[in-house]
Design a protein around this ligand. Structure first.
Ligand code: SF4
Length: 977
């Protein structure tokens, strides 16, 4: 008798079974591919990529297809829970309560805080993509204490690029690999832009493109690179400055591009006695196209040898030289200052810092410059620039770059990324074919128009904030500080400590609230962030802070609300748990107001449509926000008659407009009463259905003449202004030299530049601001390295995200756990052997702040001065409903125990371990030493949690048998039958 096959892939569905396929959008990572979910009798059986989706064109990855096991994960929370009276935080003793009771608790508490002191409520959200909604809620509530995860993720990438070229990587721009000839990837392992990057790389390589990666570790994309250039972590800025030095020294920069499209030719005031020293000289009677952002600069015209208004017809700006204005003011073009700045940054200098041979640096610079110069692309697309000049074609220099968190997550990351943006500009590759291309809604102004509130008077009882809680300061006037120059926000964002903290500093919120610096808060609501484990630095201490009490017996952070779909290390500390849905059970939108999925050729937004009903009593967090906002009668959520304005989140998305009658809402497709309009139009009651019929995605393709050179493309700017993507249509000139930075420096020097208000840094921060707010990039060793004895701690330690898991989301995923069930510390074999550590042996890795026992794995794919591991594989015992002896907690480990959220200052105080400009968390700056574990030590990870986490009410027992999968005995409510 032949054995019955376990699974017959071509067999018909069960007789009588109802099968259907539904479209939605994946959220197993932040890439957001289109997916088709196959259901049988209402249960998910199979997930595939949607071939008609513009982002992934049918491609799906291991995570995406494993979404089925997330849906039916035993770690799912299924009902609202309240910490039992008398039980301690962290003991995870909870009782179920109804949503009515949950909302009543929240409503009463938040109403009181709003009517007395709104900043006592803080809302911090993790890797969500609904910040347009949560930010609106915070603003309407009136609390300044709001941010999402950007400050501990990649704000340096966003800010460094946006303050220079008006756009950034990933969602808002990327490499044009269809036409590039040379592609250089720096500081990127597995990426947010996962499937599109992989498919583009495959095509790029098939077309004969050359792919170079620069990274301390050769994993992920680097594994298929033509050349891997190992580099020491935190030294990318030195390499990039040396590349800029070489490109300038060899004359390989695109002079024409620099002169017309950047501020390289603008004249800078060089009168050291002036309060305007280092600012652009301005012609008060000059052509002010936009009074909100005057563009009345000077060039030194090489033909007439005099100062003229920038972009004067027929003028050609000098980029080098020293000049005198008619009133005697000494002036130089900004490019002259850049050239002087990078003079000492030679390849030999950089080699000693980065570990890259000087010849390699020189060769790479030549290759970039010559490829850009000699392999030009010309597309027969006529266009007109912002100054009225018609161009018969679009040209491009086919050198493309991509960079991410490896550059960003250092305390020197802002200047590093500014240098990268300047290098890309010198090569003439911004929004041109074969180089970097923007994605809507970018390019935006440098910096974008949103500003944070300006002082404590912005926070008033029962009143919305007068500005978005987050924004883009362009001078000290925009700082969110009190009269003494001290922070208004709990995370100290937009203060003199971190003036350009455009994404906030979530990594300091708990520590600051615990210490009461700048003040204590009452309620902290956390959504989708594992702040008691892998989303926090200094994990062990932060867990203690969450449990710490005041003298009167109250917790130092009195009320903690956690909203998540899964039990995690964080839920143990909650006073109230709100069970979220999975991505398969919710409406959601990838909005142009937030984080869309635009393509180079035009804006794209997308939705999620529920393919399943919520499990148990799970409720989408968006619905929780709309409900709370309605109950609290926040103005934007309340009708004129005082009743609620929106039934629920789907109703909100359809009917919300950014201003009455603006026609701009969360979704750009199928607007207008009957869905006949796009980008702008009246609310359409059938909008969700129309998205559903169109693969859950809306894609507006720009005309070819609008697709390139968008910083300065008149036709594009007119369209973007009409569509509501831009307030103004003045050109977005690239800031090789940042006078915005100089404005902060001048204030720190006690100067009062023209038009600038009186805000001054506290004396203890003057030198810091003066040093780091340099209008041109410079290199400094990461702050933690400067504060560490590098002889005792000679190695760098970094983490990376694996391709098969996204942060901690997948530890409960039975399929993906089979790929990563525990992690190793990867150490170059020579480095490990020098310490007597064996391959596979137990070892210690120790920083000045803590130590971890883990297992070693030899690797040749890591530069000898670096050790690394996968992020978020290690777990606390019992977390995520894994058994207390699971590999994740017994053999897996978390490097975060070694990383501190604060550094000591010279005065004996502490300051955030972050970039001094943006507040970006310096995850990758930690220094460590390694040594073997003793022969008598247990073969178990250390530290271990005090007690294993236990299952919470409403969670199912984790399955014991192997081969468990959906359709093999799972109940439809997310539990095992
Ligand atoms: S790349 Fe991300 S969004 Fe795309 S299928 Fe994989 S997990 Fe889903």
């Amino acid at each position: 008798m032949p054995a019955t096959p376990l699974h017959d892939p071509v067999a018909s569905p069960l007789p009588g079974a109802a099968t259907e396929t539904k479209n939605t959008t994946c959220y197993m990572c932040a890439c957001r591919c289109g997916i088709r979910v196959h259901l049988r009798d209402g249960e998910v059986r199979y997930i595939e990529g949607n071939p008609e989706h513009p982002l992934n064109q049918g491609v799906i990855c291991a995570k995406g297809s494993s979404g089925i096991m997330k849906q039916y994960s035993p770690a799912r929370l299924t009902q609202p829970l309240r910490r039992k009276a008398g039980s301690e935080r962290g003991a995870a003793e909870f009782e179920p309560i109804s949503w009515d009771e949950t909302f009543k608790i929240l409503e009463d508490r938040l109403r009181h805080l709003r009517s007395t002191d709104p900043k006592q409520f803080a809302l911090f959200t993790g890797r969500d993509q609904m910040q347009a909604l949560t930010g609106l809620f915070a603003r309407q509530f009136g609390t300044p204490n709001y941010a999402a995860h950007g400050g501990f993720c990649s704000v340096n990438m966003a800010a460094g690029m946006i303050y220079t070229i008006g756009g950034s990587f990933w969602e808002f721009g990327g490499p044009d690999l269809d036409r590039a000839k040379l592609f250089v990837m720096i500081g990127t392992a597995e990426d947010h832009h996962s499937n599109p990057m992989k498919t583009a790389l495959a095509k790029f390589k098939r077309q004969g493109g050359r792919f170079v990666t620069i990274n301390p570790v050769r994993t992920g994309y680097s594994a298929i690179a033509d050349e891997w250039v190992p580099i020491k972590p935190g030294t990318d800025g030195a390499l990039l400055l040396a590349l800029v030095h070489e490109i300038i020294a060899l004359g390989l920069y695109d002079r024409e591009f620099l002169a017309r499209y950047t501020n390289a030719g603008q004249l800078v005031n060089q009168n050291a006695d002036s309060d305007d020293f280092g600012l652009m000289l301005r012609n008060a009677e000059g052509d002010v196209v936009n009074p909100l952002r005057p563009a009345n600069f000077y060039w030194w015209d090489r033909h007439s040898q005099q100062a003229v208004a920038d972009h004067t017809e027929g003028a050609d700006p000098a980029l080098l030289g020293k000049f005198k204005m008619p009133d005697g003011t000494p002036a130089v073009p900004a490019f002259q200052l850049l050239e002087e700045r990078v003079k000492p940054y030679t390849a030999d200098w950089a080699s000693g810092i980065t570990g890259i041979p000087a010849d390699t640096i020189r060769r790479l610079a030549r290759e970039m410059g010559i490829t850009a110069r000699d392999q030009k692309i010309e597309l027969p697309i006529a266009w007109t620039d912002s100054w009225g000049k018609r161009h018969e074609s679009v040209t491009g220099n086919p050198v493309a770059f991509h960079a991410m968190r490896g550059l960003a997550a250092h305390s020197n990351g802002f200047h590093t990324i500014r240098t990268l943006a300047i290098l890309m500009s010198l090569l003439g590759t911004i929004d041109r074919p074969g180089g970097f291309r923007h994605k809507a809604p970018y390019p935006r102004a440098v910096p974008p128009n949103a500003r944070p509130p300006k002082g404590p008077e912005a926070v008033k009882p029962d009143t919305p904030l007068n500005g978005a809680p987050l924004g883009w300061p362009e001078s000290p006037d925009d700082l969110f500080v009190n009269d003494q120059g001290e922070p208004v926000r709990i995370d100290k964002g937009f203060s003199w400590e971190h003036p350009l903290s455009a994404h906030g500093l979530m990594h300091n919120a708990i520590t600051n609230a615990w210490r009461g610096d700048p003040y204590p808060i009452d309620t902290l609501m956390i959504f989708m962030a594992n702040m008691a484990w892998n989303s926090t630095m200094n994990t062990s201490e932060v867990r203690k802070m969450l449990n710490d009490k005041r003298e009167d017996g109250e917790y130092k952070i009195p009320f903690l609300v956690v909203c998540d779909a899964f039990q995690s290390e964080m839920t143990a500390y909650a006073d109230l748990i709100l069970p979220d849905t999975t991505y398969l059970e919710r409406h959601d939108c990838m909005s142009l107001l937030d984080r869309p999925i635009s393509e180079f050729d035009g804006p794209v937004d997308a939705v999620r449509i529920p393919v399943l009903a919520p499990t148990g009593q799970c409720k989408p967090f968006q619905d929780v926000i709309v409900e709370l906002a309605s109950r609290l009668k926040l103005p934007a959520f309340t009708a004129a008659d005082g009743g609620r304005k929106f039934r629920d989140y789907p109703d909100f998305v359809v009917n919300y407009e950014t201003a009455p009658g603006s026609g701009i809402g969360f979704l750009a497709g199928w607007r207008g009463k009957g869905g006949e309009k796009s980008m702008r139009g009246e609310p359409n009651p059938k909008q969700w259905e129309m998205y559903e019929k169109n693969n859950c995605v809306f894609h507006h393709q720009l005309e070819p003449s609008q697709q390139y050179m968008r910083n300065w493309n008149d036709n594009y700017m007119r369209w973007a202004q009409g569509a509501g993507l831009r307030r103004d249509r003045d050109p977005v000139v690239i800031h090789i030299y940042s006078e915005f930075m100089q404005r902060f420096r001048l204030a720190a020097q006690g100067k009062k530049p023209t038009g600038q208000g009186p805000k001054q840094p506290p004396d203890r921060l003057r030198q810091r601001v003066q040093t780091y707010f340099d209008p041109l990039p410079f290199y400094f060793a990461p702050l933690e390295e400067q504060a560490t004895d590098t002889t005792r701690y000679p190695l760098n330690a970094v983490t990376q995200r694996p391709m098969a898991m996204y942060h901690s989301w997948d530890s409960q995923n039975a399929w993906l756990r089979q790929i990563h069930t525990h992690n190793y510390l990867f150490v170059n074999a020579a480095t490990a052997q020098a310490q007597g550590i064996t391959d596979g042996g137990w070892m210690w890795v120790e920083s000045p702040w803590g130590k971890v026992r883990c297992m070693c794995r030899y690797s040749e794919a890591v530069e000898p001065g670096t050790v690394w591991t996968w992020n978020a594989i290690g777990k606390a015992a019992g977390a995520w409903n894994l058994s207390a002896d699971a590999n994740e907690s017994q053999r897996g480990f978390l490097l975060n125990h070694l990383i501190k959220e604060e550094l000591p200052t010279a005065g004996g105080a502490t300051i955030s371990n972050s970039d001094p400009i943006t507040g970006q968390a310096a995850w990758y700056d930690v220094r460590v030493r390694i040594y073997p574990a003793g022969p008598d030590e247990p073969e178990q990870t250390w530290p271990q949690a005090e007690r294993p986490m236990t299952r919470m009410p409403g969670m199912v027992e984790a399955p014991k048998r192997r081969g468990w999968m959906a359709g093999m005995g799972m109940g439809k409510k997310g539990g095992q039958s």
